[in-house]
Design a protein around this ligand. Structure first.
Ligand SMILES: NC(=O)c1ccc[n+]([C@@H]2O[C@H](COP(=O)([O-])OP(=O)(O)OC[C@H]3O[C@@H](n4cnc5c(N)ncnc54)[C@H](O)[C@@H]3O)[C@@H](O)[C@H]2O)c1
Length: 410
């Protein structure tokens, strides 16, 4: 009974997600008739925190079943059964899952250092794959995933769900059509106030549970948070970054972690354009947000909305933007005057969207639609690769403390 209620609520949420995803920025998918569509049977490798969240999202799509799971940590299977409301077949070795012939796709939500092993085994085993970001741990691994994904009929979708947020899609489209002039900079802030640690029932499990903090498994904040923002910058600039310069330190949590608890990075694109990223874990004031700066205005993107601000000269020219900037136009000049250096303020012009659905739910529903229709995912292997190389090279730069070129072959 409980499952049915969840399922019915899920149906309407999924339908709303489809509507809002489709109405603004071109069709991602149309789930009309999904209730009558063929069942889709999924397996999952690594049903941990994110894996279970993906399962919740997939189960909101009509006629999807989680059939089997693989994990090296036994308690995950019971947790997964609880989420599903039924027993999912459990495999201790992911190879047994990959060998199954009764799956329509495999979801990979294991720690970053295992992504390529798990994704490549699944793709080479003939399975469609939803693979979490960051796509892979090394540049060579990312390229191998692209080759495997593009060399066969299997679908590969990467977990860059910002690509599925209708308000981000619509806003990026407007920016690419010149709404805020020439975009020269994208700034991404992902600030938190938390040590990133998870409780460990037994010290021998420290690295399995807190893998994010150890270099053998993780590329730190750049991978876990920065990859989403790099993806948005790539999308706006229409290319992969060409060079990366990054730095970081442990400023707050001196607890034996191997990677930094705060990171700053500058990624360079063609024509001198830049993406600037900051992640700190000791103050959450700015949260997770992106600012896109163009010669005629700015765009502020969050996981709930998109707001446009126009440079004062443009605000005067655009009647509907009145009131979105301070009433008194500001022109910055060569010499200093406090009044002309003040940030201009105002509510911004919000991009109205009918429904703010969690982008992960939309991304999962879109993946199922691709399986059913054979369409190619929006967040495909190339999207994953362009973000991953930014992460990987920025992390190398952070360790070597110098700017590093990103291989142009990507
Ligand atoms: N797209 C997003 O917004 C988003 C959000 C959160 C996490 N993620 C990504 O999801 C992935 C998982 O993150 P998480 O927070 O769920 O981690 P987690 O530690 O909670 O889950 C990982 C799971 O993989 C299992 N595992 C570890 N090694 C394994 C192996 N060799 N074989 C099979 N299973 C293995 C672990 O036991 C665990 O159950 C990461 O790549 C992370 O970046 C993406």
């Amino acid at each position: 009974m409980m499952n049915r209620r969840f399922f019915v609520q899920g149906l309407s949420a999924a339908a709303l997600a489809a509507k809002s995803a489709n109405s603004l920025a071109g069709t991602i998918f149309d789930d009309a008739g999904a209730e009558k569509a063929a069942p889709v049977r999924l397996g999952i490798i690594g049903p941990g925190s994110r894996g279970k969240e993906l399962v919740r999202c997939f189960l909101r799509v009509p006629r999807v079943k989680i059939v089997a799971a693989a994990d090296v940590y036994e308690p995950r299977f019971a947790e997964l059964n609880q989420v599903c409301g039924y027993t999912v077949e459990a495999h201790k070795d992911y190879r047994a899952l990959v060998d199954r012939k009764d799956l329509d796709a495999i979801v990979v939500a294991s720690p970053l250092s295992y992504h390529s092993e798990h994704v490549l085994a699944a793709l080479k085993g003939g399975h469609n794959v939803y693979g979490e970001k960051t796509m892979a741990f090394t540049v060579e691994e990312t390229k191998e995933i692209v080759r495997a994904a593009e060399g066969g009929k299997q679908l590969y979708q990467v977990g860059h769900q910002y690509r599925y947020a209708p308000w981000i899609r619509a806003a990026v489209e407007k920016v690419r059509n010149g709404e805020i002039g020439e975009v020269t900079h994208v700034f991404g802030y992902w600030h938190r106030n938390s040590d990133w640690r998870r409780p460990v029932p037994n010290p021998s499990l420290e690295k399995l549970i807190n893998w994010r903090l150890y270099n053998e498994y993780s590329l730190g904040l750049l991978a876990e948070l920065g990859s989403h923002h790099i993806d948005v910058a790539n999308w706006i600039f229409g290319e992969a970054p060409r060079a990366a310069m990054a730095t970081g330190s442990v400023v707050e949590y001196h607890d034996g972690r191997e990677n930094d608890d705060n990171v700053q990075a500058v990624l360079s694109y063609s024509k001198g354009r830049r993406f600037v990223f900051s992640s700190i874990t000791s103050n959450a004031k700015v949260g997770d947000q992106l600012w896109v700066y163009g010669t005629k205005g700015s765009l502020n993107l969050t996981l709930l909305d998109a707001l446009f601000y126009y440079e004062p000269k443009r605000a005067i020219q655009v009647p509907e933007a009145k009131g979105t900037v301070t009433a008194k136009g500001i022109t910055t000049g060569a010499s200093y005057h406090p009044g002309s250096e003040m940030p201009y303020r105002g509510p911004g012009k919000k991009l109205e969207i009918p429904v703010a659905e969690d982008p992960t739910a939309t991304a999962c529903a879109a993946f199922i639609d691709c399986i059913r229709t054979g369409k190619k995912p929006v967040a495909d292997a190339r999207v994953g690769l362009r973000a991953a190389v930014g992460v990987i090279v920025a992390n190398q730069s952070l360790q070597e403390r110098r700017e590093m070129a990103i291989p142009s072959a990507v």
